[in-house]
Write a protein that binds this ligand. Structure first.
Ligand SMILES: NC(=O)c1ccc[n+]([C@@H]2O[C@H](COP(=O)([O-])OP(=O)(O)OC[C@H]3O[C@@H](n4cnc5c(N)ncnc54)[C@H](OP(=O)(O)O)[C@@H]3O)[C@@H](O)[C@H]2O)c1
Length: 242
């Protein structure tokens, strides 16, 4: 354990806790925070399928602080296969959020670190049509397999998933990536708040956000009530997503 987020960054955490309070009752789904670390040119890794440590140590502490203030941490199967993340809170005091993995075809290996580290039953979210044997192997390592409606691309429908999480009483979800999942949340207009780390490097690799099908600048997705703070060499940007 080493440290805590300080200064204006504590305001971010307090603000999102306040925004998440009562959101489920009002809106019928959990409050969603999008949070990831990108380079100056908007990349989250050098190549798809490869991890890249992009944040400085102070921004990493912030990420763990954010994790500790959300009930669920959500990533795509691409991130599990490339980074094998633990998705735990290690750099500050706090509870681990429950991991949720979007995985339409149940490709997640039962040996993934998320199953042995977290202490809270990770949820693998899929669509129907997968083998019972795969489901059983995941249940054996402590996972819960949740089947939801597919979207038009045959992947997990984010609307159905958030409805189901809401019915389970989940109040807050932190979406950490990767690129396809970030893009899907933005496209579906299902992210309510963003906390982004911008690291002062050019990477020229995998963009955090791909095609959002936007052409009219008046309709571009934007952060409202923006705030910022330097943490070491990294710029932290936050605000409400319309
Ligand atoms: N810098 C950072 O903060 C950060 C954070 C996280 C990850 N990353 C990086 O991001 C990269 C991985 O990104 P990625 O785009 O390849 O994978 P990803 O976004 O982690 O996972 C995408 C996969 O999730 C599944 N999925 C199911 N439902 C989905 C939905 N509604 N929308 C989108 N995806 C859905 C799809 O696979 P199926 O069709 O098989 O279900 C899809 O291919 C890695 O290089 C990792 O290091 C960086």
């Amino acid at each position: 354990m080493c440290g805590s987020a300080s200064g204006r960054v504590m305001e971010v955490i307090e603000s999102l806790v306040e925004k998440a309070d009562g959101f489920l009752q009002r809106v019928g789904r959990p409050f969603v925070t999008l949070s990831y670390a990108q380079s100056l040119d908007g990349c989250i890794s050098a190549r798809a399928g490869e991890p890249l440590a992009i944040s400085g140590s102070e921004s990493l502490i912030l990420t763990h602080q954010l994790r500790a203030h959300h009930e669920v941490i959500l990533v795509g199967i691409g991130t599990i296969l490339s980074d094998d993340p633990r998705l735990t809170v290690r750099l500050v005091e706090g509870k681990n959020p429950r991991p949720v993995i979007l995985d339409s075809r149940l490709r997640v290996p039962a040996t993934a670190r998320v199953f042995s580290q977290n202490g809270r039953s990770p949820m693998v979210v899929t669509r129907n049509g997968n083998s019972q044997e795969r489901c059983r192997a995941l249940v054996e390592v402590g996972a819960t397999v949740l089947t939801v409606d597919p979207n038009s691309r045959g992947q997990v429908s984010l609307h159905s998933l958030l409805d189901r999480l809401g019915q389970m009483g989940v109040k807050s979800v932190m979406v950490e990536g990767g690129s396809r999942v970030i893009t899907s949340f933005l496209l579906a207009r299902l992210a309510d708040y963003a906390v982004l780390t911008v690291s002062p490097v050019f990477v020229g690799g995998l963009r955090a956000v791909s095609d959002l099908n936007q052409s009219d600048p008046k309709c571009f997705l934007r952060i409202k009530n923006p705030g910022h703070q330097w943490l070491g060499d990294d710029l932290i940007l936050w605000g409400d997503l319309a």
